[in-house]
Design a protein around this ligand. Structure first.
Ligand SMILES: [Ca+2]
Ligand SMILES: [Ca+2]
Ligand SMILES: [Ca+2]
Length: 204
């Protein structure tokens, strides 16, 4: 009985094995090395069949080309671990705060994703983000005297299925405006005394 032999040359190292081992080798490559995102888009496997004839064995070869098709296995990832922005209070709604950027290692259409505001602290609906642009803007006027620092959780989520996502923390500091007139707290109508430095003088 003649045993069919074959040769595999995927890493420039020729390996002789039988057909069952070949299948195992291909499965091994598939399991551990075929990652589209690492730009391994195609591999070629050279297969040789050699008979056991004497005195000269006869053989033939064939090249099998494996094309690697991308799947959505990479979530969009933000380019920064966190974002910090600043803005003034009393700005009209839709005032731009800053821009968040995420990237997706998959190929089209698996690299498409959208941005969204997941949570705010305090939860007053003060911010919106462009679904495609990542532009963060105010959804209402901010009041520094009520909240000086806002904490926002923003997500970037795949459009394709499965919807992989990642999140990032955003901090927004609200700068002061001179929007509070001084109030005379003492004396007031009805009071009969005035505080001067550390002394209290009684009016007659
Ligand atoms: Ca993706
Ligand atoms: Ca992929
Ligand atoms: Ca204010």
């Amino acid at each position: 009985m003649h045993e069919a032999l074959c040769a595999v040359d995927s890493t420039k190292t020729e390996t002789k094995t039988n057909i069952n081992s070949l299948l195992q080798t291909v499965n091994l490559l598939y399991s551990y090395h075929l990652n589209y995102n690492f730009h391994v888009w195609q591999i070629e496997v050279c297969i040789a069949a050699v008979d056991g004839g004497h005195p000269t064995p006869l053989s033939s070869t064939v090249t099998v080309t494996l094309n690697i098709v991308d799947v959505n296995d990479s979530p969009p990832r933000f380019t920064q671990s966190s974002y910090t922005f600043g803005t003034y209070e009393n700005q009209p709604r839709d005032t731009e705060i800053g821009r968040l950027v995420a990237v997706d290692a998959d190929s089209p259409p698996h690299d498409r994703f959208i941005y969204s505001v997941v949570a705010e602290k305090p939860p007053i609906g003060a911010f919106v983000i462009g679904r495609r642009s990542g532009q963060l803007a105010t959804a209402r006027e901010l009041d520094r005297e009520l909240t000086r620092v806002h904490h926002i959780l923003v997500a970037a989520t795949d459009v394709a299925s499965p919807q992989l996502s990642s999140t990032v923390n955003v901090t927004v500091f609200v700068a002061d405006r001179n929007d509070n007139a001084p109030v005379v707290s003492f004396p007031r109508p009805g009071n009969d005394s005035v505080e001067v430095s550390n002394y209290v003088m009684t009016l007659i």
